[in-house]
Design a binder for this molecule. Structure first.
Ligand SMILES: C[S@@+](CC[C@H](N)C(=O)[O-])C[C@H]1O[C@@H](n2cnc3c(N)ncnc32)[C@H](O)[C@@H]1O
Length: 178
């Protein structure tokens, strides 16, 4: 974790998951085997949280579109054969699934919907989307608009999903593939 935060600081990059979400990721990673994936590595903070929970020989693949960020994140895991950082669009990971866990940000990379992801996750596999603003209404409203991404994830019949508040101002959707 310290190496990931150092790399982020040097890059002046602040767009990474919150510690509360990180702990959720680590806990879930500890229940997984096989191959996990992250869409949008940033500087590798979320990856490091996932890695901290991994037991045994499970692998993490993470894709980052920005080559500089991907390079910086790759440095963190240069000695770690269980983590692979790819400088690539997340869609290039599609052929490497199905994944036991998939982590992505709800806003970046760009509102990836359930249809694009459902078949990339193994039965019983878990998807985590972070960076939602908690909302007690249904349908969920964010900044005056229906949050259709969250609505979709919470109602899709291919997943059993829940919104979890990780802090008073932040929530994540956790969805298990049926
Ligand atoms: C919020 S940051 C990721 C933070 C990281 N998951 C963490 O928790 O530390 C989102 C990242 O997604 C990357 N991104 C955007 N579109 C992408 C795409 N199509 N494929 C891969 N990465 C993408 C952005 O460059 C950005 O670094």
């Amino acid at each position: 974790m310290a190496r990931a935060f150092d790399v982020s600081r040097r890059a002046g990059y602040v767009s990474f998951c919150r510690n509360e979400t990180g702990r959720l990721l680590a806990m879930l990673a500890a229940t997984r085997g096989g191959v996990m994936a992250e869409f949008g590595t940033g500087c590798g903070v979320g990856t490091a949280w996932l890695r901290s929970g991994v037991r045994g020989a499970a692998h993490i693949l993470t894709a980052e579109l920005d080559e500089k960020l991907a390079g910086a994140a790759a440095e963190i895991f240069v000695d770690d054969p269980q983590v692979e950082v790819l400088a690539a669009d997340w869609s290039t990971l599609g052929s490497k699934g199905p994944f036991s866990l998939l982590f992505l940000d709800s806003g970046d990379p760009g509102s990836v919907g359930v249809d694009q992801i459902a078949d990339l996750v193994e039965p019983g596999g878990i998807v985590v989307l972070d960076d939602f603003v908690p909302c007690e209404m249904w349908p969920p409203i964010t900044y005056g608009r229906v949050d259709t991404l969250r609505e979709q994830w919470l109602t899709d019949e291919r997943f059993t999903a829940v919104e979890v508040m990780v802090a008073s101002d932040a929530s994540a959707v956790v969805a298990t593939r049926r």
